[in-house]
Design a binder for this molecule. Structure first.
Ligand code: DMJ
Length: 560
């Protein structure tokens, strides 16, 4: 009785935590779904090992393998930290040594700079940071050194030649053995420029070599300079001239993880500059692209709608909004997207919002994670049972529609549930990981700070694994404490070097015009663009003209 009274009182004080979840999903239900997700993982993972390894990916319909992104057994690297998150330390340890013995980055292969970074560099970095948790033998100096860190560094060094452009914004592809191909196009997508800061700053701060963070920051700052007068960026840019060659602004394909890395980079590095950039974009995105809690594609200079379409990739946005505390808007948008899932039992790549239906040639669902990722973040923030319902629907749909004898197959068309012979590595790295984390509130990754490891670092004792992990865009968790542990003194020195070389603005005065010290929150809020005298972050407009085909559609653009 007393318990009942206390619980009732608790609801009144904290209405945001909806404990109705307890009614719909009991402990037993949660455990049931965890087991289901584990068995999905092992069905796919074992099939990859038996039929596809050492190729990058499993072909689930023909029970064999294929190289897709670079011939580095990609699925094994991408799945490694998921093994630990599901509690399998022995297999994590086995795979970590298999990778050390077998992966060779000196191959004559053209690889995507973006994909290699998020999947390979990100996967290895995360495995390195988690290797104590996984019970691996650690070398002296860990977490500032270790075999998996050296592998991540080796892979990242292969990408560095791509950043040698007149602007510092990277090419899209690099040959791992020979560097950038002389015929390589200078046109790349926005996310391909702005999705490096998490992995590259982690590398720099763990190893002590500033080169990675420097190139990632330079690319971000150059990209920032190109945003339009109304504060938006386009979809594809020429990295030689900084001219936009596709001017569609939105939050999905080609752009998505750029915004994600501004927010997560700000969190991982406690970086005011990245936070300010995101807040400016967020304002413009809300002003020009948001309609009834959906997000459209618009012309980046005029804000006119170019494509009233929801893309499956955009479903990460509510999760990102939850990280900046915008829960109300996040939930509304999430519920819009959930209706699309319910309509088809999956998310089509493109969904026409006015027609309420799929878009020609974009009817597939390659088992992407984004909607589940958002559900995971929002459930942590709200405990709303609707988010578990989405998780349940996803498990049931994927099992029913996509499970085959040799794994799980991409859905070619959500209208008839025909399948394609592909299982992308993100299914094991992200989709199943986020699903599992949704149903596992006690997972070590959700740690509230009450469990931690103490190790001695180069600047004294370090407290690691206390929580607050930051996921890269391929769902590989990074521990901010490890960066801090290895880099305390170094980063201050780099910052001074950057200020002296003019690459970074000196810190603003800590006192306001009234002589009062600024609050931390005041310092990171930018003034309205028009009212600023000297912009903290300059954002000039770009003259431009082109007619291009992107994302399977043709858009015409005019001079602005
Ligand atoms: C993943 O490789 C990453 O999440 C990336 O940011 C977007 N595309 C896939 C998953 O859909």
């Amino acid at each position: 009785m007393l318990m009942k009274y206390l619980c009732t009182a608790f609801f009144c004080v904290f209405p945001i935590v909806n404990h109705a979840a307890g009614k719909e999903f009991t402990e037993h239900d949660m455990a049931h779904y965890r087991e289901r997700i584990k068995s999905m993982f092992y069905h796919a993972y074992n099939s990859y090992l038996e039929n596809a390894y050492p190729y990058d990916e499993l072909r689930p319909l023909t029970c064999d393998g294929q190289d897709t992104w670079g011939s580095f057994s990609l699925t094994l690297i991408d799945a490694l930290d998921t093994l630990l998150i599901l509690g399998n330390k022995t297999e994590f340890q086995r795979v970590a040594s298999v990778l050390q013995e077998n992966i060779n980055f000196d191959s004559d292969v053209n690889a995507s700079v973006f994909e290699t970074n998020i999947r390979v560099v990100g996967g290895l970095l995360s495995a390195h940071v988690l290797s104590k948790k996984a019970g691996m033998e650690l070398e002296a100096g860990w977490p500032c050194s270790g075999p998996l860190l050296r592998m991540a560094e080796e892979a990242a060094r292969k990408l560095l030649p791509a950043f040698q452009t007149p602007t510092g914004m990277p090419y899209g592809t690099v040959n791992l053995l020979r560097g950038v191909n002389p015929t390589e196009t200078p046109v790349t997508c926005t996310a391909g420029v702005g999705t490096f800061i998490l992995e590259f700053s982690t590398l720099s701060r763990l190893t002590g070599d500033p080169v990675f963070e420097k190139v990632a920051r330079k690319a971000l700052r150059e990209l920032w300079k190109t945003c339009s007068d109304i504060g938006l960026v386009g979809n594809h840019i020429d990295v030689f001239s900084s001219k936009w060659v596709a001017q569609d602004a939105g939050i999905g394909a080609g752009v998505d993880s750029y915004f994600e890395y501004l927010v997560k980079g700000a969190i991982l590095l406690q970086d005011e500059e990245l936070h300010s950039m995101f807040l400016e974009y967020d304002k413009a995105i809300r002003n020009y692209t948001k309609y009834d809690d959906w997000y459209f594609w618009v012309q980046m200079h005029k804000g006119t709608v170019s494509m009233p379409v929801f893309q499956s990739l955009e479903a990460f946005w509510p999760g990102l909004q939850s990280l900046i505390g915008d829960l109300d808007s996040a939930m509304k948008t999430f519920l819009n997207y959930y209706t699309v899932w319910k309509q088809f039992g999956g998310l089509p790549e493109f969904y026409s919002i006015p027609q309420g239906y799929t878009v020609d040639k974009r009817e597939g669902y390659p088992l992407r994670p984004e909607l589940i990722e958002s559900a995971m973040y929002l459930y942590r923030a709200t405990a709303d049972p609707t988010l578990l319902q989405l998780g349940r629907d996803v498990v049931e749909s994927i099992e029913k529609i996509s499970r085959v004898d040799c794994g799980f197959a991409t859905v070619k068309d959500v209208r008839d549930h025909k399948l394609d012979n592909r299982m992308e590595s993100f299914f094991l790295a992200e989709t199943l990981k986020y699903l599992y984390l949704l149903f596992d509130p006690d997972n070590f990754l959700h740690n509230d700070g009450s469990h931690f490891d103490t190790v001695s670092g180069p600047h004294g004792d370090c407290v690691l694994g206390a929580g607050g992990y930051v996921f890269n865009t391929e769902a590989h968790p990074l521990d901010p404490a490890a960066l801090h542990c290895c880099s305390q003194a170094r980063t201050e020195r780099w910052e001074i070097e950057e200020i002296l070389s003019g690459e970074r603005e000196p810190p603003k005065s800590q006192t306001s015009s009234t002589g009062e010290p600024h609050e931390q929150t005041e310092r990171i809020i930018l003034q309205d663009r028009k009212k600023r005298k000297t912009p903290v972050l300059s954002c000039p407009s770009q003259p431009f003209s082109s007619k291009l085909s992107i994302l399977g559609q043709v858009f015409s653009t005019e001079n602005t």
